[in-house]
Write a protein that binds this ligand. Structure first.
Ligand SMILES: C[S@@+](CC[C@H](N)C(=O)[O-])C[C@H]1O[C@@H](n2cnc3c(N)ncnc32)[C@H](O)[C@@H]1O
Length: 316
């Protein structure tokens, strides 16, 4: 097919608008996970011509039906979306929230919100700059929303595959094998043995924090899962720089993509990214031995995405 730009052992990357391409790829009922960050609303100056306002909402809501029918009965859709702001006003746009509602309320799909995650990026540059750094009347907008949706209340999921390392105090507790059991003010009853089994790590929370940098000090006790954030110094970014290529401006952190791939799929399952960009999703899927398909409207992003796989070839 003409629009196939490249392929690997496990995946294929197509060029085209996903609305036009999806029908041609015969994916109905085959996808275990759609993992994507669509063009954000109202970022109208971005290179890839995002839509604004109502127009965005109309376009986005139609994707609910298109995407939901691709899923296996226990499949999931994971969408990352940042906050949007009203142009020239210190007011947050409701478009992000309305986008979620448009998806879950779409009568043509049966999607429900399994869980919302927040991805906090402490290294985020101050934005919206006018209101944060000049007028000083807003704080830094530093997280993205991640919505996990499904046609089922029980999509495939296993939180044991995305455990976070135990804290120091938990490690000590496991070593000592003593625990202050009993009733807590919250009415939870903690059994004598409940906390003394080593499960290899503790259960992740739905607030994910990206590491600001490797040597940073911890500023508060960490109950969140901390995801390494290698976006600014990974192989892809370095090679882009060496070759004078401007890397995709809105890449998803690799570690975020890996988290949801591990959490919601098994080896050999099919992962789709309809807004593929630099193909973070496909690359992480390939590394985790999942099949993948990515679709992207802009050929230049497709071309640069091939660089990611050079890393795997060099490792062989
Ligand atoms: C937020 S970016 C995705 C970045 C990607 N997750 C990554 O890690 O590189 C959204 C992408 O969607 C592409 N895009 C916009 N409209 C599209 C459409 N209708 N079909 C397919 N791709 C589209 C844009 O060119 C852009 O690369």
């Amino acid at each position: 097919m003409k629009s196939l730009l490249h392929k690997t052992n496990l995946g294929k990357y197509y060029i085209g608008r996903c609305e036009d391409m999806i029908g041609k790829l015969n994916l109905k009922g085959k996808v275990q996970l759609i993992l994507t960050s669509p063009p954000f609303p109202l970022n109208h100056k971005k290179q890839y011509g995002n839509l604004e306002g109502e127009e965005y909402l109309n376009w986005f809501s139609k994707l609910a039906k298109l995407f939901s029918k691709l899923l296996k009965p226990n499949g999931s859709i994971v969408i990352e979306m940042g906050n949007a702001w009203e142009p020239n006003r210190p007011v947050q746009s409701l478009l992000t929230f309305n986008s979620l509602l448009a998806f879950t309320n779409s009568p043509k799909a049966k999607l429900r919100l399994c869980q919302e995650f927040i991805c906090y990026n402490p290294a985020r540059l101050p934005s919206p700059a006018q209101w944060v750094t000049i007028n000083r009347i807003r704080t830094i907008d530093s997280f993205t929303h991640i919505w996990w949706l499904s046609n089922s209340d029980y999509p495939k999921a296993d939180n044991r595959k995305v455990i976070r390392p135990y804290s120091k105090s938990m490690k000590n507790l496991l070593k000592k094998q003593t625990f202050n059991a009993g009733k807590r003010p919250s009415q939870h009853i903690i059994s004598k043995k409940g906390f003394l089994t080593d499960n290899g790590g503790s259960i992740s929370h739905n607030v994910l924090e990206l590491e600001a940098n490797e040597n940073e000090e911890l500023r508060y006790p960490h109950s969140m899962l901390r995801l390494a954030n290698t976006k600014s110094n990974d192989f892809f970014t370095k090679v882009c720089k060496q070759r004078g290529i401007i890397p995709h401006p809105a890449r998803m952190p690799l570690e975020l993509a890996s988290f949801f791939i591990n959490f919601l799929t098994d080896e050999k399952d099919l992962v789709l990214d309809p807004f593929g960009g630099s193909n973070t999703t496909g690359f992480c899927a390939e590394q985790a031995n999942r099949k993948w398909i990515s679709i992207e409207a802009d050929r230049e992003y497709g071309e640069q995405s091939k660089i990611r796989f050079e890393e795997l070839l060099r490792k062989k």
